[in-house]
Write a protein that binds this ligand. Structure first.
Ligand code: F3S
Length: 427
């Protein structure tokens, strides 16, 4: 999820347009643009392309990019109507009048499951607006699979490919685990890249900004998505967005790496990390080093475990659950009944595989619910639940800061046990 970054770029662009018309008149003078790009900027290819080029060139000039480069894949955040509001919807519907994407483009989670929103308690009024947002994207040719793990459903770039993604966890995963190259885009700039097939050449597209500057020595064994999330929190808070080289992790599953990517991006703003013997990018090994101890991991877990709350909401799938995570949940829930609201958030194509494999039937018979296309953070559920239990450090951060819910972090096994506990009677 990219709430902050999306709004940040959106506001920056509006600010520039309103108060610095001079800059916009001269836009494109500082960057080397091809003939085609200049024509795009002048409006030869329509209004949406013109507006998109204005955004990309303005960003490029702010960040000192010498030129635009082609991208092969885009992932757009800022999809939930809860975050976009009326102004965002109007912005998208204007672009959809003549804008069509040039490259493979998918969406971040929306504010609701597009097919099953009633069962999750989403109002009809919200659903109407959310569908209008999705329709605008669809009109532009965006594939409307709403997921923060596009790399699990076919929007999977190769090593060294330039892309423009906006979901922070996916950005860290793409740069670090896949070895692709992307900045952490805001929603409007990612969409601008989709409509032009371009992005400015700066930041994490350049070798020099991908090199590790700090070595992190992990002195304790890390296992499980909740503990990899805690590790991301500890490192993120220590080094913020500085690229790091992590040693001491012997093995990490895809699920653990996606949890870690989400957490280091949330708590530190990192767009790239390197993990010895695990991630593929080459980097120099920095001299400056920091140590992460078992005590620090325990402290981070304690901070995400608020004692004074009784869990009334359990959620797995932040970032969106893989089919392996769903298979594990089916195994754990087989023959049981959950007593609390339990959401498994995942991409719709992954849910379809779960249907085909029989996992969905087991999970739904136990009373847990799938929430495809959305998640427990972007759905409009503020105030509905008092205490969320999850295995995601990122989920904890936003449940507390955005939805003002209390939080508990635990392993998936313990989440299932928690969900099956009888809630205490409220007097
Ligand atoms: Fe994805 Fe929502 Fe978590 S967008 S990373 S499931 S907060």
């Amino acid at each position: 999820m990219m709430i902050k970054s999306h709004n940040f770029y959106f506001k920056k662009i509006l600010f520039l347009k309103k108060f610095n018309k001079k800059l916009f008149k001269k836009i494109g003078e500082k960057m080397l643009l091809t003939k085609e790009e200049q024509e795009m900027l002048k409006g030869k290819y329509g209004n949406a392309v013109k507006k998109s080029m204005e955004i990309l060139v303005a960003l490029g000039e702010i960040y000192g990019a010498e030129k635009l480069i082609r991208v092969s894949s885009v992932q757009v955040a800022g999809v939930s109507y809860d975050n976009l509001g009326e102004s965002g919807l109007e912005y998208l519907s204007n672009l959809s009048k003549d804008g069509r994407v040039k490259v493979l483009t998918t969406l971040n989670p929306a504010g609701m499951d597009l097919e099953n929103y009633e069962a999750l308690g989403i109002s009809e009024d919200f659903a109407i607006k959310q569908k209008m947002v999705i329709d605008s994207f669809a009109k532009m040719g965006v594939i409307t699979t709403c997921t923060c793990t596009p790399y699990l459903i076919g929007n999977t770039p190769n090593f060294n490919q330039h892309i423009a993604w906006s979901e922070s966890s996916a950005v860290a995963y793409a740069n670090s685990v896949l070895g692709a190259r992307t900045n952490r885009e805001g929603g409007p700039s990612a969409l601008a890249s989709a409509l032009t097939g371009r992005t400015p050449l700066y930041g994490l597209h350049l070798d020099e900004n991908r090199i590790a500057k700090i070595k992190i020595i992990v002195k304790t064994q890390i296992k499980g998505t909740q503990n990899f999330g805690a590790l991301g929190k500890v490192i993120g808070e220590k080094i913020k967005s500085t690229p790091c080289y992590i040693i001491g992790i012997n093995e990490a599953s895809m699920e653990e790496l996606k949890s870690f990517s989400a957490s280091i991006a949330t708590y530190g703003g990192a767009g790239i990390f390197h993990m010895e013997n695990i991630t593929p990018n080459k980097t120099v090994i920095p001299l400056e080093e920091l140590i992460v101890t078992k005590k620090e991991i325990e402290k981070a877990l304690n901070e995400m475990n608020m004692g004074d709350c009784e869990v009334d909401f359990v959620s797995v799938g932040c970032p969106h659950a893989s089919i392996a995570e769903i298979a594990k949940l089916a195994d754990l829930l087989n023959g049981k009944k959950v007593k609390k609201e339990f959401w498994i958030t995942t991409a719709r194509p992954t849910k379809k595989i779960a249907d085909m494999s029989g996992y969905s039937k087991i999970i739904e018979t136990a009373g847990a619910k799938f929430a495809s296309d959305t998640c427990c953070v972007v759905a409009p559920i503020k105030g509905r639940f008092k205490c969320l239990a999850t295995d995601s450090a990122k989920g904890c951060y936003y449940a507390y800061s955005k939805n003002q819910s209390k939080i508990k972090i635990m392993s998936v096994e313990n989440l299932v046990k928690e969900a099956c506990k009888e809630p205490s009677v409220v007097k």
